[in-house]
Write a new protein. Structure first.
Length: 364
């Protein structure tokens, strides 16, 4: 017969019980709706709420998925507008933050400075997206580059889709070779598929700020990579393309096949042969993502064309494609674990994140 106290009995069980991290999504749009699903898929996290600025069709999706809906603002009339439109609203942003461990800010870029002060005042941890500048947060994140440096931090910024993509192929090269000098050109989509404010452009538009922000942004997560970048916008909406020239150090000892093997062993990098598969453009890459059943046709991985990779001496050339709407989504989940200090090893976190998302979408 057990004669101890209930506290004595259940105390060790409670101490060993896994922590469920309460996550809020501030901004339920293109990125926010994807991040919400990725968080909801995890066994160690729960979505305590998502925000919208006003009643709109995005609210219907949140309701269907069972995510508590909140207003981005605290003004009573803005909150009331949701009820007037027939939506149950849990209150304003302050009400949401009061029940949150970590807030993932997916609001439009440049709103970060004001939101940051709100998060700090609420005493919650925070994650911004790459639309905000590194200077706003003082810290940036991508899982393969600097997970350990973000452990138990107050907040961070998940770098942009392009910087995430560059990091996934350049960081393993850096770690294999010891040093790296890179020049790359970002061939960027002009607008997102759902963007009605910026239509297709009948032009190739250079980004005249040289270098573009993408290269320097890589150095916010791995300053050892010596990288510069240029960018142009082209008339497409579905993906970005990178044309990369990397200079490896003397005595690197690698071959083209060694580089490909390195990337094949890297999480969230997908390598396919364009000539053999017929996947020779970004259009086919996106069709492939839809064919394998990815929600919204998303591709979290960086796509590298095997037959477009060549190492000659110290010079490495390659192309990679970036799905701008989704490659940062799993990175936000890993960033939550880093800030909360619940998983110290980045590869373990990535494996947890990706397997949970696959199961959530019925693809496990």
């Amino acid at each position: 017969m057990f004669t101890g106290s209930v506290v004595q009995f259940i105390g060790p069980l409670l101490a060993s019980a896994p922590m469920t991290i309460k996550v809020a999504i501030n901004g339920y749009g293109t990125i926010g709706k994807r991040v919400a699903d990725a968080v909801a898929a995890q066994e160690d996290m729960t979505v305590v709420g998502v925000t919208k600025t006003r009643p709109s069709f995005g609210c219907d999706l949140a309701v269907r998925k069972g995510y508590p809906l909140f207003c981005t603002f605290d003004e009573p009339e803005r909150i009331q507008a949701f009820a007037d439109a027939g939506y149950a609203c849990g209150g304003g942003i302050s009400d949401l933050l009061a029940q949150t461990d970590v807030v993932i800010d997916c609001s439009p870029g440049k709103a970060g400075a004001a939101n940051l002060e709100r998060y700090k005042a609420a005493g919650v941890k925070w994650i911004f997206q790459g639309g905000e500048k590194h200077a706003t947060t003082g810290r940036s994140y991508t899982s393969c580059a600097n997970h350990a440096e973000n452990l138990n931090a107050e907040g961070t910024r998940v770098v942009s889709c392009n910087t995430t993509g560059l990091s996934r192929t350049l960081v393993p090269l850096l770690e294999a070779c010891g040093s790296l000098k890179v020049e790359c050109t970002m061939i960027r989509r002009a607008a997102d598929p759902g963007d009605s404010k910026k239509g297709p452009i009948n032009a190739i538009t250079p980004v005249l700020k040289v270098p573009s922000h993408h290269g320097p942004d890589v150095m916010t997560v791995r300053p050892e990579i010596d990288i510069t970048s240029l960018a142009v916008a082209v008339p497409t909406t579905i993906m970005h393309m990178h044309a990369i020239v990397a200079t490896l150090p003397d005595g690197h000892g690698m071959t083209t096949e060694d580089v490909l093997t390195l990337w094949r062993n890297q999480p969230r990098v997908l390598i396919m042969n364009g000539g053999e598969t017929g996947i020779s453009s970004t259009a086919e890459v996106m069709e492939f993502a839809r064919d394998i059943g990815r929600t919204w046709g998303d591709l979290h991985e960086i796509f590298v064309w095997e037959d477009g990779v060549k190492l000659d001496g110290n010079t490495l050339w390659y192309f990679q494609a970036i799905h701008q709407e989704s490659d940062v989504v799993p990175e936000n989940v890993d960033a939550v674990r880093a800030l909360m200090g619940t998983e110290e090893d980045w590869k373990t976190s990535v494996a947890k994140t990706d397997s949970a998302i696959a199961a959530f979408n019925g693809l496990a």
